[in-house]
Structure formats: C-alpha cells, structure tokens
Ligand binder design. Structure first.
Ligand code: NDP
Length: 330
C-alpha cells in the first residue's frame, strides 16, 4: 500500500517536495484490529502547525513518518467484534491507502444518515469548531453584528449560517468575488468583502457594519483582523479560531496597535482549540445534525480526486483554492 510521509519540515510555504510517497506491505491483522481502505481524507490548515517542530496543543509530526488527519474509511477485513466488513468509520488516520488500526480508535458512521464526507466537515471537526467557537465564546445575541474572516471556507460557511439562525447581521471576508457571491447567495451572509481587492479594509468594514462589530469570528489573523478590530463595539467578543495568514510566515508580524481598542471597548478576545470542548462534542453534533435535517444548514465541499493529490490539496488551502471543506476522495 502507499503512504505519504513528512519528508522535510516546511520552511515558509510548504512544497510538494516536503512530502514523500512510499510503498509497504499491509501488516497481518491481530485480534481487535480492522483493515481499512481510505475513502475520504480531510486536509486542514492546522496540519501546517504539526509539521513544525514546535511545542503545541498537539504533538508535531515526525520526519519520515506518515501524516495523520481526519479520514473516513471502509472496513475491508475485521478481527473485532465491534465492526464488520462493509462498515464505514471515521477517526484520525494515517495518509495511507490501506491501514490496520485498533477498532477502538475509530468510530462507526452511518452512510444513510448523512453523506460520508459530511463526517469530516459539517458533522465533524469543522462544524464543531464553528458551533462552539461562535456560541460559547462569541455569545451571540439577536440583532448583533457578526464579522467572519475566512468566510467561504469550511468553518466560515458554517459560522455565518449559525449567526443568521441566531438572528445576527453577518458580514463575511474572503479572497475572491466568486466566494463573496457564494456566501451571500447560498450561505445567508448580508454583506461580503473581498480582502484582495479592497484597499482600505478598516473603512470598508465600518461601512458594511453601520452598528459596529459585536462578534468577530477570526479564521485568518494578521492585517485583516486588525482592520476588523478597529471597528469593534463596547463589550464585543473576538473568537480567535485560526490565523492562516501567518501560518507560513518565518517571522511573525509584530503588532500591538489594537490593544488600546480592546481596553477602551472592554472587549474580549479568546483563543480555543476544538479539543477544549471534547466532552461537549455529542451535544454539538446533535445540534448540527438537527439543523442539517431541518434544512436550516447547508454545506459546501471542494472534493479533489485521487490519493496522489492529497499533498497538493493541502497546499491549495493556502492559495484559497477551496470553497467550504477541502477533501480528497481516494
Ligand atoms: P478553510 O476551508 O477556511 O481553508 C483555508 C482558507 O483560508 C482558504 O480557502 C483561503 O480563502 C483562506 N486563506 C488562505 N491564506 C490566507 C491568507 N494569507 N489570508 C487570508 N485568508 C487566507 O479552512 P478551515 O475552515 O478548515 O479552517 C479555517 C481556520 O480555522 C484555519 O485558520 C484553521 O487553522 C482554523 N481552525 C481552528 C480550529 C481550532 O480548534 N481552533 C479547528 C479547525 C480549524 P480565501 O480565498 O478567502 O483567501
């Protein structure tokens, strides 16, 4: 079977040569194990952090070892009483066409309840991230203004819709006009701003938010966030979810210019990782599934075909090639 290893720790923007394809034998199944054939692989911006040898909330990847991310796979052989051939499972898996895992480390999913890919997006990590970040940290109130950066991405498309469900005015920031049209036509955003073609972001955000910004759901960090923060209201909340604009920087930009605004506005800024909400994941999934079933939530996917294209799909996240969740179908 083929495996994708981390060959080099990327410096700056990751390259295809940072990954290596190797072939190996599939090991024999032991009691309690299953043989899995990968169906969908999730590629995510946070994997960039794990490629660095730095202390974080999660162990770095080791060199010459497989990359691991959320996947959906089919059981093709089983020595576990919990799973049988033909079952589909999700969990953190290696970037491998086939692999043997302990059946206890994966979770069975029902392809009749939702399409398999949804378990990696709206009903998986990204849906939960949107839900808990917005509701628990953002503390949204009806009538308030929500600004979302990375608005057309996996997390952003969900955050905007939940904001609308909760009665907010929602403004999204994304990198192409096509994405701006999409978030407005399909995901309920009231306004959209293309940060690549807008010169004075602070001014344009203030025009799009005549009542100021009450909640800022931040997926990107950097200059875009600074421009949003110049427009925050008294007692506003900023959900620091991601900072993709700086993940590939070899030196972090230094800025402290928004701090006086946070003070003056008695504003809250809080970072989080979705694992913080581990114990509440079932509650989040239940709510997201309910909204999905009622037709109140939609989701967008960019699906790349072929195991060999996993590294390129990952690199494309940093070029904004995806709308909604970026996935690879093996
Ligand atoms: P997305 O689907 O949003 O994909 C990444 C998007 O980021 C791209 O499509 C691109 O869209 C945008 N982007 C890329 N480079 C830049 C840049 N330099 N400046 C501004 N935007 C950029 O990914 P996810 O929804 O999976 O993740 C969104 C964020 O949430 C990430 O920062 C991620 O790390 C974070 N995250 C955090 C979690 C947590 O537990 N805290 C869990 C999951 C995700 P565009 O065309 O608009 O530029």
């Amino acid at each position: 079977t083929t495996t994708i290893n981390l060959k080099n720790r990327p410096v700056g923007t990751p390259k295809l040569s940072d990954f290596e394809f190797i072939t190996s034998e599939v090991p024999e199944l032991k009691e309690g194990e299953v043989l899995l054939k990968t169906t969908y692989v999730s590629v995510d911006p946070y994997l960039r952090g794990r490629m660095m040898d730095a202390e974080s909330y999660i162990e770095p990847f080791e060199l010459d070892k497989p990359i691991v991310s959320g996947c959906v796979a089919e059981v093709i052989e089983s020595k576990s009483s919990d799973l049988t051939t033909g079952d589909f499972v999700t969990g953190m898996m290696e970037w491998k066409e086939k692999q043997v895992v302990d059946a206890k480390l994966v979770k069975k999913v029902n392809p009749n309840h939702a399409p398999l890919s949804a378990y990696l997006g709206i009903l998986g990590m990204t849906g939960l991230t949107a839900y808990f970040g917005l509701t628990d940290i953002g503390k949204p109130k009806k009538g308030e203004t929500l600004v979302v950066s990375g608005a057309a991405g996996a997390v952003g498309t969900v955050v905007g819709q939940i904001g609308k469900l909760l009665g907010m005015r929602v403004v999204g920031i994304a990198g192409t006009d096509e994405k701006i049209n999409l978030i407005k036509s399909d995901y309920g955003y009231d306004e959209g701003i293309n940060y690549k073609t807008t010169e004075n972001m602070t001014q344009v955000i203030s025009e799009a938010c005549p009542n100021g910004v009450d909640v800022y759901y931040d997926n990107v960090g950097g200059e875009i966030s600074e421009a949003v923060l110049y427009n925050i209201n008294k007692f506003s909340r900023t959900v620091v979810c991601g900072a993709i604009s700086v993940y590939n920087k070899t030196e972090l930009p230094k800025s402290t210019s928004v701090q006086p605004f946070l003070i003056k506005k008695s504003s809250l800024m809080k970072g989080f990782v979705i694992f913080d909400y581990k114990d509440r994941h079932p509650e989040g999934i239940k709510q997201l599934a309910e909204w999905l079933q009622e037709g109140k939530l939609k989701y967008e996917e960019t699906i790349v075909e072929g195991f060999d294209n996993i590294p390129q799909a990952f690199l494309d996240l940093f070029e904004g090639k995806n709308k909604g969740k970026m996935l690879v179908k093996v």
